[in-house]
Design a binder for this molecule. Structure first.
Ligand code: ZN
Length: 140
């Protein structure tokens, strides 16, 4: 067995993402995609400034360990809403609000274009989301 395959087995210490060996991180990304595993499943792109955290599928407090099969990378929102279920539904991730803003701004961009003006937000993440939204609309 190679080191990344066995790393963390039986170890019950909290570990930060930057403390994971790169080989273990690579295994997680190979299985779950590059960013947050939950966002990837939902087809969402969290903004670049949403922190990524290590989640234990079976919590450390319930006997889970640091083996890669028990780990997944989640954005802070998905990690917090998993760890504290009472928060679910009552707390909207900041980036979902920003996505809603992107939708409104995308409509605004179209308005500007029709009026012969060019407008783009200075936030690069918002700009990317608006571009993606407009590309989707152009296809449909
Ligand atoms: Zn997420």
């Amino acid at each position: 067995m190679s080191i990344p395959q066995t790393w963390g087995r039986g170890v019950r210490l909290r570990v930060a993402r930057h403390e994971l060996p790169l080989e273990v991180l690579a295994l997680l990304h190979q299985r779950d995609g590059q960013g947050c595993a939950a966002c990837t499943r939902l087809g969402l792109t969290p903004p670049f400034d949403e922190p990524l955290e290590v989640d234990h599928k079976r919590p450390l407090s319930l006997g889970g360990d640091n083996h890669w099969r028990n780990l997944q990378i989640l954005c802070r929102f998905h990690n917090r809403s998993r760890g504290n279920r009472q928060l679910q539904g009552s707390r909207v991730p900041t980036w979902v609000a920003r996505l809603a803003l992107a939708r409104r701004l995308a409509a605004h961009v179209v308005c500007c274009q029709q009026a012969g003006r060019i407008w783009a937000p200075s936030d690069p993440w918002l700009a990317r989301q608006i571009e993606a939204l407009l590309a989707c609309e152009a296809l449909s």
